[in-house]
Write a protein that binds this ligand. Structure first.
Ligand code: UDP
Ligand code: MN
Length: 254
């Protein structure tokens, strides 16, 4: 059997949430052996996400973990000020460690973990690339870091450096969308998680540092020459007319 891909997605309530999760879930429907772990940034599971998951046709686990108030980005803050989705990704890892320990049989440690934000764009091919991950696999990410793409540079089949516009000296100067980790490695390193206090740009490194070294990285996507995932960001919809209707008592709450 193919190894299962466990996809951990942090998500939070906003106007575009249902649209994002609809697009994402319909991409995942095309991927065999995928288990979606959706972690709401919320003090409780919301009906919107519950309903969407029930109707999705996917194998999923629905979790929630609110971001601590002092860690949460406030309206008007620049987006780089605080890392987003940290507690949610860690909650997904906690659930996996717990669940996989409890499962009987020897097959339950087979699998690959991928962190998929709800607004990115994923080619189906990237899932087949990551499925053979032994420890940590890596590939390019498009439209990120103020560049067309960032990527690991491969020489002689090994990652030797990173093509990135900013602080290439970081241990792993990669976006969250640019790597996958084997379940076995995560289970063997029970302390590995994302450090929300890590300096800007070091979130991915805070997790990967305890798991691998650069020369152990497994390059995918044709020696990291193909872009198969994009760090797209959705524009915040304007609600000028909606607000005018609300003021007249004619607004919709949906
Ligand atoms: N996210 C979250 N809570 C927040 C902000 C973001 O759970 O307060 C999630 C979001 O849904 C996404 C991930 O964290 O899956 C990364 O957030 P975002 O896409 O806003 O980050 P960026 O693209 O700016 O790096
Ligand atoms: Mn994003």
């Amino acid at each position: 059997a193919k190894p299962t891909i466990f996809v951990i997605t942090p998500t939070y309530a906003r106007l575009v949430q249902k649209a994002e999760l609809t697009r994402l879930s319909q991409t995942f429907l095309h991927v065999p052996q995928l288990h979606w772990i959706v972690v709401e940034d919320s003090p409780h599971k919301t009906p919107l996400v519950t309903d969407l998951l029930v109707k999705s046709g996917l194998t999923y686990t629905h979790l929630h973990m609110p971001t601590a108030k002092d860690r949460k980005l406030q309206e008007g803050d620049p987006s780089w000020l605080k890392p987003r989705g940290v507690e949610q990704r860690n909650e997904g890892l906690r659930w996996l460690r717990e669940d996989r320990r409890a499962q009987p049989g020897g097959d339950n440690q087979q699998g690959v973990i991928y962190f998929a934000d709800d607004d990115n764009t994923y080619s189906l091919q990237i899932f087949e690339e990551m499925r053979s991950t032994q420890r940590v696999s890596v590939w390019p990410v498009g439209l990120v870091g103020g560049m067309k793409y960032e990527r690991p540079v491969v020489e002689g089949g090994k990652v030797v450096r990173f093509h990135t516009g900013w602080r290439p000296s970081r241990p792993f100067p990669m976006d969250m969308a640019g790597f996958a980790v084997s379940l076995k490695l995560v289970l063997a390193n029970p302390e590995a998680c994302f450090d929300g206090e890590a300096p800007m740009g070091f979130l991915e490194s805070s997790f990967l540092q305890g798991l691998v070294t650069m020369d152990e990285l497994e390059p995918k996507a044709d020696n990291c020459s193909k872009v198969l995932v994009w760090h797209t960001r959705t524009e915040k919809p304007k609600m000028k007319r909606e607000e005018a209707l609300q003021a007249q008592g004619l607004g919709s709450d949906r």
